[in-house]
Design a protein around this ligand. Structure first.
Ligand code: CMC
Length: 436
């Protein structure tokens, strides 16, 4: 696509430059449209809007392809580790041995929270959702690192990035211990990233949790598969906040909030609640599928469908295999897995799902793995957030490193009242019904 696009508005023609990505993805650059024509583009939900150029992650939703910095997700899931993948995402290349060692050491050096942070956990009720604690504590920890403020330099960024990747896992484990009334377990410098997380979650004060390699590998793979996914809701949020030059911790805390919702990262928790309800009600999944297709019902088949994938989500394919392997090796038989498999088969052969190109996404099987590991349902989205942290950091870096970066500030089409005048209180009649 070399020629500019032409747009006719009210009989006047405007030329707009076109953009082609490295994988051939085409776009029309509308950044000069308003200046030329006084018109804006309207795209609610942003399904047709490219908000940036990015060199981090490539997705081809039609063909079910996902690559981090050009490397297929299947290769990373098989051969890489979460820490190595984090380095790749943030710095753009796989690390050499020495770079990997330095990065790992930096994660270890930064794994402990500031000791005073512990008191903040005490202010939360036991019933607090760990995502609320996580976002609050990531933001609160920025108070302890004055280096976050002021002019940016790359060395300072490196330390803050390591600190955030390392400490998100410490905060997550502490919030779980808090919710159970259990004493906090500190990280062990000898353990690797995912081992350490499991240790902080499940060890007792005088008895270390037994680390099983297959469990560590399964969770590490979950982290890798969640590490980035281009301009999803939480990552766009991180970029939006970063564009105002807010600090890395503030931007990441906003990402956690965006991830929380059931249409995004909260779907993994929603999938297990759905499967549990189906199991308890004696349904084999078919009644639920019928309800999910019924437009009068508010039910959706959670863990199915995706804004970008109109094919099988490549992460779901990998996760399904990891799930089978782990449950076999732990000798666990989970009735929810049987229901999930049956529902997948039914949905993939049902016209409703076929026509709308709705396939299982990353959340459909991940919860079953986490249940097998002993991670409670309310922590599932927190696991997603730990995994997504390198992606958020890479996107933050891309925004702040771009010398042409501008504050993100969309426009709108106003559809409210035209100008009207203030009415004194005695002359008003009630027009707004109070919701009960
Ligand atoms: N169950 C039943 N119907 C569905 C589902 C579903 N899971 N997903 C989409 N549809 C239908 C929807 O009702 C609509 O039908 P119609 O054209 O007749 O009105 C059509 O498919 C298109 O759906 P949409 O809501 O316009 O699609 P979207 O791109 O706005 O939403 C989605 C994508 C992921 C929010 C949606 O598929 C969904 O709600 N899925 C369930 C929640 C879920 O699993 N979320 C995790 C996403 S993957 C992890 C992540 O990135 O966070």
């Amino acid at each position: 696509m070399k020629k500019p696009a032409k747009l006719d508005i009210d009989g006047k023609e405007y030329e707009l430059p076109t953009v082609v990505g490295t994988e051939g993805e085409k776009g029309v650059d509308v950044s000069s449209l308003r200046a030329q024509s006084q018109c804006i583009t309207l795209d609610e939900g942003y399904a047709n809007t490219g908000s940036c150029k990015s060199a981090i992650t490539y997705i081809d939703g039609e063909r079910g392809i996902l690559r981090y910095r050009g490397i297929p997700i299947e290769e990373l899931a098989e051969k890489s580790s979460f820490v190595e993948t984090a380095y790749l995402l943030i710095y753009g290349e796989l690390p050499t041995r020495a770079q990997f060692r330095d990065f790992s050491n930096s994660l270890t050096e930064n794994e402990n929270l500031h000791e005073d942070m512990k008191y903040h956990f005490e202010g939360f009720p036991y019933t607090a959702h760990p995502m609320a604690i996580l976002s609050s504590m990531i933001n609160a920890s920025s108070c302890f690192y004055p280096g976050l403020m002021g002019t940016r330099d790359s060395q300072r960024f490196d330390v803050q990035a390591s600190r955030l990747i390392s400490q998100v896992r410490t905060i997550a484990a502490f919030s779980y211990r808090k919710s159970r009334g259990l004493p906090i377990i500190y990280p062990k410098p000898l353990y690797k990233y995912t081992e350490n997380f499991l240790h902080m979650m499940f060890s007792d004060v005088y008895l270390d949790y037994e680390l099983k390699p297959e469990v560590v590998r399964a969770l590490d793979t979950i982290f890798i598969l969640h590490a980035d996914h281009e301009q999803n809701c939480s990552t766009s949020t991180v970029r939006m906040v970063a564009s105002s030059q807010a600090n890395l911790f503030a931007s990441a805390a906003a990402g956690v909030c965006a991830l929380w919702g059931p249409l995004h990262g909260g779907a993994n928790q929603a999938v297990i609640s759905m499967l549990e309800d189906i199991h308890e009600s004696g349904d084999d999944g078919s009644r639920f599928i019928a309800a999910a297709k019924d437009k009068k019902s508010s039910k959706r088949l959670m863990g199915f469908g995706h804004r970008v994938y109109k094919n099988y989500d490549p992460r779901a394919r990998i996760i399904k295999k990891v799930c089978d392997r782990l449950l076999n090796s732990l000798n666990i038989s989970d009735p929810l897995l049987d229901i999930a498999k049956k529902m997948e088969e039914t949905a993939l052969n049902d016209d409703y799902f076929v026509e709308r190109k709705l396939y299982p996404n990353v959340d459909f099987y991940s919860g079953i793995i986490m249940r097998a590991i002993g991670i409670p349902t309310e922590m599932f989205t927190v696991i997603f957030a730990i995994g997504r942290m390198p992606g958020w950091i890479s996107n933050y870096k891309e925004v702040v490193d771009n010398p042409r970066s501008r504050i993100y500030r969309p426009r709108q089409i106003y559809v409210g009242e035209k100008e009207r005048h203030y009415v004194p209180v005695d002359e008003r009649t009630a027009k707004v019904k109070k919701s009960r």
